[in-house]
Design a protein around this ligand. Sequence first.
Ligand SMILES: Cc1cc2nc3c(=O)[nH]c(=O)nc-3n(C[C@H](O)[C@H](O)[C@H](O)COP(=O)(O)OP(=O)(O)OC[C@H]3O[C@@H](n4cnc5c(N)ncnc54)[C@H](O)[C@@H]3O)c2cc1C
Length: 476
Amino acid sequence: MATYNKITPEIAAQLRAVVGKRFYEKESVDPNYSHDEMPIYGKYMPEAAVDVETTEEVSEIMKICSANRIPVTCRGAGTGLVGGCVPLAGGLVLCTKRMNKILGYDMDNLVVRIQPGVLLKDLAADALAHGLMYPPDPGEKTATVGGNISTNAGGMRAVKYGVTRDYVLALTVVLADGRIIELGKSVCKTSSGYSLLHLMIGSEGTLGIITEMTMKLIPKPICDVSCLVPFRDVESCIHFVPKIKLANLDPQSIEFMDADIVTSSAAFTGNPIFPEHVKNEDVGASVLVTFVGADDDELDQKMIRLGQIAKEADALDVLVVATSSNKKSAWAARSSFLTAIEADTKLIDEMDVVVPVDKIPAFLIYIRALGDENGIRIRNFGHAGDGNLHIYCCSNDLEEEEFKRRVKIIMDKAYTKCAELQGQVSGEHSIGHAKMVYLRESVGEDVFRLMGEIKAVFDPDCILNPGKVCDSAFSV
Ligand SMILES: Cc1cc2nc3c(=O)[nH]c(=O)nc-3n(C[C@H](O)[C@H](O)[C@H](O)COP(=O)(O)OP(=O)(O)OC[C@H]3O[C@@H](n4cnc5c(N)ncnc54)[C@H](O)[C@@H]3O)c2cc1C
């Protein structure tokens, strides 16, 4: 197990010499740096923090921390859901939020160069202003793009466009010892040795600190339409999902919502957006589908075909979300599902499993039964088009220790079931420290050890984000 040193006054002086007033210690460290958006995984204050502005600063900081064996945890906006940016070993938090510049567009090659602290919403808006689109669309728009790359964030448009990984062309990375390396190039294809670029994507700050990125963009779609397709029950709703793809409709997104989450969302927003009853029947589950196209005719054709297959699948109706304000409200309500759950829940924990699409009903039925058996309220929604389910274990009346005990029973069984169904531990939220034990079970000892060996090549003293992903030697 790695051993670390404390930040002495001498080391603090060296760090302060690099970033000046952007070095914080003791009470001046922002208390939010002790947790991410899932505080049930524990709060750990760092000894000190730095807000960095340049690659060179990051390099100097890492040289000091490497020479003195100080653990360093990189933090973007802290919106992660697996304790990824939480400084388990104390030490230094290195925050990228001030590295928020969009450095420039290359309109001939449709790429943009940015710093890691640029917020997703700012990149999306700026790209649109240039007539372009940044396709990845994770729910939390105030996350940094550096955080998105480090977790390989997915989101609602993944079914058509893929995930963050698919839009990263090149990275500047500072290694644990302070060396600065360049990975990838602004090219459309490559077959040039091991892809360290792709190893860095999704590595959660354990292999290096990303300080600059070149991201791929696409021309912005001309027009789009969203439709809500309600069903009597979850099974028929999910069985409908592959039919949308098979009909060659090329949807941009297919989001799943069951009756419980619709009720929570309506209570939260005070504005019921999604119907709970259609044609005098209770809605058990719905999918919200979006298509993009070159003109209204193309979208009309897609909607007609969607109506045909929905009828064959025994849908209760196909409701077109017609006006742009309705569309905005529908997607805003969908994006706020997690916030809606959080608003009426005292204790919360989550799973972000991904299973083959046809296995979604089996998994949901299983998890609901587990929730009932253990007295835990289950809320779920997800990206039906790619089998990625967000399952929330909630309680308002249990003590925290009892809640954790029961949730562990549920999660142990649920991840075993997920493996049986040929699923994976995380579709997009990553591993952090919260899901490490399940990653280990899922990939097996040989693969888990290999991950640890790769980590040791990049970071032999294990100073980068200790206790995360595959660093099981560090225990808290
Ligand atoms: C309401 C809500 C909705 C969400 N919806 C989605 C969703 O739809 N899809 C999805 O995938 N996620 C979603 N998330 C999770 C979260 O937003 C993502 O994981 C996001 O990518 C985290 O970005 P961040 O800037 O907040 O990173 P942080 O939480 O600060 O860090 C996350 C990880 O990345 C590492 N890291 C951050 N920046 C760097 C860097 N520059 N170099 C190296 N490592 C770095 C950190 O060390 C940490 O391990 C949601 C979260 C919330 C609260």
